[in-house]
Design a protein around this ligand. Structure first.
Ligand code: AMP
Ligand code: GLY
Length: 433
């Protein structure tokens, strides 16, 4: 079978690598891919959101399965368009992708499904949102425990955590008046600010059977100790001891099952990856958000540990028959992924810097260097994005995997390269308690 992967980040490199390892697969194409996917597959120069271009390519090349990596094409309806042409594609429909594409849709659904989540209100204009804050928090000195969120897709930057009424008003201004996130700010959600560690529980579902994947933990803030601005994710590890088996049972029965069933009642069959971003509060796990695709960078350590054939699983979902799949087999060893980024990320950064040491890093045992923002320039690999590489390693323990990942990181250099030094330390802190 020939497979097409849509996207160009670290998640898509991990998907490509795992799909290419399947004995059922002859060729893997990636649109548009990066310098890393070129090692494991063939890149095609079509953007991830050029739906007519992708369909044309799939038809001309006899693609048997297309796997969509990022949320943007899903929210644009790439799956519906492929299905309309009789093409097999893994991912949720445009309607189901609203779970990520619209915070209002997501919050309303969580409410209908009685899934534990923050209390919320939705607004369609700045004035009523401002009145709400002014009425509830009249004293400018008082704590204002809210999070103001743009409704639509905002590359993970549309959630503003507030502590004072002034911060909340400024957040409303940025989203609904200054339109910092464009049309994503047509509506906004103001919700209760929760407290606790965060974890990611991802599941694969065909809308009936739910296959939870081992829990992972991302590191969203830019700097060590969770300081600095939020990023797309500076590293992840899997499994995380933050989510024990009782918590997993709770997430399956009280979060994932009611979500999928409530969607089904609304005639929306969710087929694809359902990713619950959780906060582990004193009152139990609560959903902060849903994503409708694999997490990046959570995907890298997750897929590195998967021993079963991923293509069998994806194929069964496309057939709506996930129940035919045996429980996947996971490597016992934990995996840690350290993201190496461009100087200045998540703010402005320059690209085109030559990356050296990739072969030395790849030679470190139990390491795979997944590429994100890279491209070929002649025969050199150069930087082409903010998050550049996801250096991923397995080890007999989380600390062994961490050591291995950072050993490989040390071999890699380019002008301005940096990474967090504390990826997975939260697991170690928990273990030593
Ligand atoms: P979201 O875009 O909804 O995933 O939010 C991005 C980040 O904002 C999350 O990973 C949390 O760190 C933070 N966040 C979102 N909602 C809340 C909440 N209700 N309480 C506290 N922090 C939140
Ligand atoms: N790791 C966060 C995300 O994929 O949205």
């Amino acid at each position: 079978m020939k497979v097409l992967v849509i996207g160009n980040g670290g998640r898509e490199h991990a998907l490509t690598w795992k799909i290419a390892a399947s004995p059922r697969v002859d060729r893997v194409f990636v649109a548009p891919g990066n310098a890393g996917t070129l090692e494991d597959a063939e890149n095609v120069d079509i953007s991830a959101t050029d739906i007519p271009g992708l369909i044309k390519f799939a038809k001309l090349n006899g693609i048997g399965l297309t796997v969509v990596g990022p949320e943007a094409p899903l929210c644009l309806g790439v799956v519906d368009a492929f299905q309309g042409e009789g093409l097999r594609v893994f991912g949720p429909s445009k309607q189901a992708a609203q779970l990520e594409g619209s915070k209002v849709f997501c919050k309303d659904l969580l409410h209908q499904a009685t899934v534990p989540s923050a209390e919320y209100r939705t607004f369609t204009d700045a004035e009523s949102a401002e009145h709400y804050i002014q009425d509830r928090y009249p004293d400018p000195e008082q704590d204002c425990p809210v999070v103001v969120k743009a409704d639509g897709l905002a590359s993970g930057k549309g959630a503003i955590v507030c502590h004072s009424p002034a911060e909340a008003l400024e957040a409303i201004d940025r989203i609904a008046r200054a339109r910092e996130f464009g049309g994503a700010g047509d509506k906004l959600v103001i919700e209760e600010r929760l407290d606790g560690p965060e974890a990611s529980v991802l599941a694969i579902t065909d809308g009936r059977t739910i296959l939870p994947l081992p829990p992972a933990q991302d590191h969203k803030p830019a700097f060590d100790g969770d300081q600095g601005p939020n990023t797309g994710g500076m590293g992840a590890y899997c499994p995380t001891p933050m989510v024990d088996s009782n918590t997993m049972d709770f997430v399956l029965s009280r979060v994932l099952l009611p979500t999928v069933h409530t969607l089904k009642k609304q005639k929306i069959a969710f087929r694809g990856v359902l990713y619950a971003g959780l906060m582990l509060t004193n009152q139990g796990p609560k959903v902060l958000e849903y994503n409708v695709r694999l997490g990046d960078p959570e995907c890298q350590p997750l897929l590195m540990r998967l021993k079963s054939d991923l293509v069998d699983i994806l194929d069964a979902v496309v057939d709506g028959d996930l129940k035919r799949i045996d429980e996947p087999v996971w490597d016992e060893r934990p995996a840690v992924c350290v993201v190496m980024a461009s100087e200045g990320y998540p703010g402005d950064y320059t690209t085109g810097h030559e990356i050296r040491g990739l072969a030395e890093a790849a030679a470190v045992p139990d390491v795979k260097v997944f590429h994100a923002g890279t491209k070929m320039q002649g025969d050199r690999v150069v930087t082409a994005g903010g998050r550049v590489l996801g250096v991923t390693a397995m080890g007999s323990s989380v600390s062994a995997a961490k050591l291995q990942a950072y050993t490989a990181v040390k071999a890699i250099r380019w002008q301005g390269a940096w990474c967090r030094k504390d990826i997975s330390d939260k697991a170690l802190a928990l273990d030593s308690k």
